[in-house]
Design a protein around this ligand. Structure first.
Ligand SMILES: NC(=O)C1=CN([C@@H]2O[C@H](COP(=O)(O)OP(=O)(O)OC[C@H]3O[C@@H](n4cnc5c(N)ncnc54)[C@H](O)[C@@H]3O)[C@@H](O)[C@H]2O)C=CC1
Ligand SMILES: CC(=O)C(=O)O
Ligand SMILES: [Mg+2]
Length: 374
């Protein structure tokens, strides 16, 4: 198979979809790997490292997209890339279709592209192994950036999360105690903040209570617990997810207006549309805005800021599936692996992920039917 890796073009997206070890594995299995020139430079990987393992360096994105049967990326294709998508092409990347430009879904369907989405690849145990490492990064970063935003010079109220003896500590509320939530809580606790995690899943709350040994408050998610904790918080982290769906809006604008001036919200769930009503996607160039005196940080590609961590963490987990797809073909790979079948968001002009179909207003076709040419 011819596998292509374009350079990411989202604002300050320094990750790359394949490292030289991944290229080496594909080439050893008899495949051809095309890397757009400088695709890895943001992650500290020069073209020469890909050439050393036998990959071809290609000078333009157009040519990479045109020649490749499978494109491997990090972020969802953005507007300048829509025209580059080839009929029937396999695209293996994050898509977040319910949270981004609806034109992307339309384009994928028109081009009959096979969208293999990292964020919905899901084994039977319900985990999301290709989302997890980036959620770990974003969860840890959420507190790092939130602490910075709380500084007076960055628009915040001017409170140190850990406090000092004799003065109250900063209060952090984390809504959604999954991977992002757990990692955010770990860093917040490590900095000495007072931390509350809110989740709907009681088993998860029990787990969080156990691992933090009472050091964090764990609350069942309902409108009361959310209102009280958000009102009292200095920093709120939005970290909920219902796979494939638009994020539920759990914090209303009215509630934001009740937070004290200079408080901060970091809506990590912004890639699925955000769980805080006042959030809208921002970029690393201009990451924050203010609503009702509350600083909002809503960057949809947070891990792109730490590519030397994120590129390796991501490609460690994406590599086995891309190798499998290249080796046996997409249809066979999907038929033999239910986790990969759940990653299929579009195929041959159909939306093949039910939650995406529902949120985007398309008919849903199970991937088995789409593969059977129904
Ligand atoms: N902005 C960025 O750069 C990044 C964003 N993300 C996003 O962060 C979000 C969270 O990801 P993960 O932590 O990996 O998901 P996860 O599935 O591990 O955790 C989500 C948690 O939300 C909980 N939840 C669902 N509905 C809830 C409700 N009504 N109230 C409270 N909790 C609720 C679930 O029970 C679950 O524990 C996703 O949208 C993901 O795409 C992840 C990485 C980077
Ligand atoms: C998960 C995601 O959206 C990211 O890593 O950018
Ligand atoms: Mg994102």
């Amino acid at each position: 198979m011819i596998v292509g890796v374009p350079k990411e073009i989202k604002t300050r997206e320094y990750r790359v979809g394949m490292v030289p070890a991944g290229a080496a594995a594909l080439i050893a299995a008899g495949h051809t790997v095309l890397i757009e020139t400088n695709a890895g430079v943001g992650s500290g990987i020069p073209d020469s490292e890909y050439q050393r393992v036998g990959a071809q360096i290609i000078s333009t994105a157009d040519e990479v997209w045109k020649r490749s049967e499978m494109i491997i990326k990090v972020k969802e294709p953005i507007a300048p890339e829509y025209a580059r998508i080839q009929p029937g092409q396999i695209i293996y990347t994050y898509f977040h279709l319910a949270g981004v430009d609806p034109e992307l879904t339309k384009t994928l369907l028109q081009k009959k592209a096979a969208a293999v989405a990292y964020e919905t690849l899901q084994p039977d145990d319900g985990s999301l192994p290709l989302l997890k490492p980036m959620s770990e990064v974003a969860g840890k970063m959420a507190i790092q950036v939130g602490a910075k935003c709380l500084e007076r010079a960055h628009g915040g109220k001017g409170i140190l999360l850990g406090g000092v003896p004799g003065v109250r500590r900063g209060r952090v509320t984390v809504i959604g105690g999954g991977v992002v939530g757990l990692c955010a809580a770990k860093v917040a606790v490590g900095m000495g903040a007072e931390v509350t995690i809110i989740d709907v899943n009681m088993e998860r709350l029990t787990y969080l209570d156990d691992v933090f040994l009472g050091r964090v408050g764990v609350l069942a998610s309902d409108s009361e617990s959310i209102s009280r904790s958000v009102r009292e918080a200095d920093l709120v982290v939005g970290a909920v997810l219902i796979p494939g769906r638009k994020a539920p809006k759990l914090v209303s604008e009215a509630l934001i207006s009740e937070m004290s001036p200079g408080s901060v919200v970091v809506d990590v769930a912004v890639d699925q549309g955000g769980c805080i009503e006042t959030c809208k996607p921002t970029t690393h160039d201009n990451p924050t805005f203010e609503v009702h005196g509350v600083v909002h940080y809503c960057v949809a590609n947070m891990p792109g800021a730490v590519p030397q961590t994120s590129t390796y963490a991501l490609t460690n987990v994406t590599r086995p599936y891309s190798l499998r797809i290249a080796n046996v073909g997409l249809a066979a790979a999907v038929k033999e692996d239910r986790a990969l079948a759940r990653a299929m968001n579009t195929y041959n002009g159909h939306v093949t992920y039910e939650a995406v179909a529902k949120d985007m207003g398309y008919a849903y076709m199970p991937i088995a039917d789409a593969l059977a040419g129904k």
